[in-house]
Design a protein around this ligand. Structure first.
Ligand code: NI
Length: 262
């Protein structure tokens, strides 16, 4: 296996440990004679720390990726970057702007990022999970009340937040609506924030996602069920030059983030 294949394999195995639906979705597609190719994988991180975007970008570059485009999600206090590597899924990396949160949330997050070691990073950082002690359930809840993203990241850390089925690459070439129907019939829940299908053919990118699995997590106060990770589906349309659009659509991503809401 190439270094990049090894990376994606480890990432996938780590994702499965907290995302049982992912195996089910692959089995559902395998039963239809399909082999899944992923459009992209998404990660979340904190700004201004040893694992922020500025520190992670060279690690992606070491795998052959190059930075493509910057995205702004001001209402969610996030920025993001997309990265591409020929023959590999794209990568979408977002980062929480901690300084825009309340003083109390900043204090909680500041204590977490202070625990992140300043070390030379290698690709395994993307499936390392939390680099700080498990927060209390009280702290997790306070963070999530203010920013669902902050709460999620405080527990789960750096890991694949979602993989994304490339619908264009499936033999059946299904619409997003058809994929949603298959998913629903198999008993999975679709994220309905902003409608079941995010984007239109005119946007050149249509997407949908499941709701994150809910898994039991051991907090200092005891175990609680909280949202983990989810799966996404993407259909790309040709642009004016006839090539499939390769970018992202911020309005779609803005609603996809809500797949991990409590
Ligand atoms: Ni995505």
């Amino acid at each position: 296996m190439s270094r990049t294949d090894t990376f994606f394999d480890a990432l996938w195995q780590h994702y499965l440990t907290v995302t049982p639906q992912a195996r089910g979705i692959h089995q559902l597609l395998a039963a239809r004679g399909e082999t899944v190719q992923n459009d992209h994988v998404a990660f979340r991180t904190f700004d201004d720390c040893p694992i922020d975007m500025a520190h992670l970008t060279p690690v992606l570059e070491s795998l052959g990726y190059r930075f493509e485009q910057h995205y702004d999600f001001s209402a969610k206090k996030l920025v993001a970057g997309s990265y591409a590597c020929p023959g590999q899924p794209k990568i979408f990396l977002s980062e929480l702007k901690r300084s825009e949160l309340s003083a109390s949330a900043q204090a909680l997050l500041g204590a977490m990022v202070a625990q992140i070691p300043e070390t030379t990073l290698d690709p395994s950082i993307f499936y390392s999970g939390r680099s700080w002690a498990m927060p209390t359930y009280q702290a997790y809840s306070a963070l999530a009340d203010e920013s669902e993203y902050a709460g999620w990241l405080s527990v789960w850390g750096l890991r694949a937040n979602h993989f994304t089925v490339d619908l264009n690459a499936l033999n059946a070439d299904p619409s997003v609506q058809t994929m949603n129907e298959w998913i629903r019939q198999a008993g999975f829940s679709i994220n309905t924030a902003g409608g079941e299908v995010k984007g239109t053919p005119a946007d050149l990118l249509e997407q949908s996602s499941t709701l994150a699995d809910r898994v039991s997590v051991e907090f200092p106060e005891g175990s609680q069920e909280i949202p983990s990770c989810f799966y996404e589906f993407a259909r790309r349309h040709p642009d004016a030059s006839g090539q499939l659009y390769q970018g992202f659509v911020a309005a779609n991503a803005n609603k996809i983030f809500e797949s991990t809401h409590r």
